[in-house]
Design a binder for this molecule. Structure first.
Ligand code: B12
Length: 267
């Protein structure tokens, strides 16, 4: 399949008439010169770049992913939005191709390398983007039996940008390890990721062990990942669920505020 067939958006190398070619910054965008480009054009240009970034991931093109991520920073587009609406969207499209049996495991791994190449460029612009000192410690990891960690890594990036102190256990993590680590470091939140229906039950175990050790009011458990839903989170007694990394940051902020005994407790 050719790049052009895969592309859901503008062509990277041959700009259609009137399009803003990626890599060429119209004077009005960076300088805010509305005289050159109106707000709508600037929005279209941003969308085009994100679409091209998604294409780079789908096309397994690490260099292009890094180049477009640098270009996004140069245009001063928001780094997280660039990940969320560019790189992660590309991975979603790759996922659909996998489901349609157009792509197989090797292609997915190359797509994930392309995603990571962009994330590496954007990461420094996320770190410390939010206020002040570390507010709360969070233990995060992917549940046992599951090695999908792209989503968990994006959530972790977002949390770090929100000044949380993160303890990443990695992937394929036994349920009790989440609780052990939370106790060891004094974490107030455990975040568990699962991408497979066959592994998501392990999240119930994390909650059960947390409760069995009498930590229900001290350590919050949040869950997320492809097959996870609010209904599932409620069913297993988790404290929170979020469908994506952006919401995960807000959710962590809410959970941190609701911790008993915290000075910034809001309820
Ligand atoms: C990429 C991928 C892989 C890559 C993983 C690379 C890596 N390092 O992660 C590779 C090729 C290695 C792989 C392997 C396998 N995969 Co796979 N894979 C995928 C795929 C296509 C995309 C997942 C992804 O990265 N999405 C992009 C990220 C950004 O999204 P996300 O993970 O959902 O994360 C976001 C949110 O969910 C949320 N979030 C995630 N975690 C958390 C946690 C918390 C606390 C919160 C609040 C939020 C949150 O925020 C994230 C960012 O916004 C999915 C299909 C799909 N459409 O999801 C299949 C999929 C998950 N894989 C599947 C399968 C079956 C496998 C294999 C068994 C295949 C095989 N035959 O070998 C192995 C599993 C090995 C194992 N034991 O883990 C199935 C699972 C089916 C099921 N049982 O449910 C899926 C659904 C494909 C399918 N339709 O069949 N896979």
């Amino acid at each position: 399949m050719s790049k052009l067939e895969l592309s859901g958006g503008p062509v990277l190398t041959e700009s259609p008439p009137g399009a803003v070619p990626v890599g060429v910054v119209p004077a009005g965008v960076v300088s805010g010169g509305a005289a050159v480009l109106g707000a709508r054009d600037a929005d279209a240009s941003r969308e085009d770049l994100w679409l091209s970034l998604a294409d780079a991931v789908v096309n397994m093109d690490e260099d292009e992913s890094a180049r477009l991520s640098r270009e996004s920073l140069r245009r001063r587009y928001d780094a997280y939005e660039t990940i969320d609406r560019g790189l992660a969207k590309g991975m979603e499209r790759a996922g659909r191709l996998f489901e349609e049996e157009e792509y197989f495991v090797p292609e997915l791994l190359l797509c994930s390398d392309a995603l990571n190449a962009g994330v590496e460029v954007l990461k420094p612009s996320l770190a410390g983007a939010a206020d002040g000192e570390a507010r709360c410690r969070i233990v995060i990891g992917v549940i046992s039996g599951d090695t999908h960690d792209i989503g968990k890594n994006l959530v972790k990036l977002m949390l770090a940008s929100g000044s949380f102190e993160i303890f990443d256990l990695g992937r394929d993590v036994e349920p009790e390890l989440f609780v052990d680590k939370a106790l060891e470091v004094g974490a107030g939140i455990i975040m568990v990721s699962s991408l497979m229906t066959t592994t998501m039950e392990g999240m119930r175990e994390v909650v059960r062990i947390r409760d069995k050790r009498g930590l229900k009011d001290v350590v919050r458990v949040a869950v997320g990942g492809g097959p996870v839903s609010q209904a599932f989170a409620d069913r297993i007694g988790a404290d929170a669920y979020s469908p994506n990394a952006n919401h995960a940051l807000r959710l962590a902020g809410r959970l941190a505020k609701s911790m008993p005994g915290r000075p910034d407790r809001s309820r």
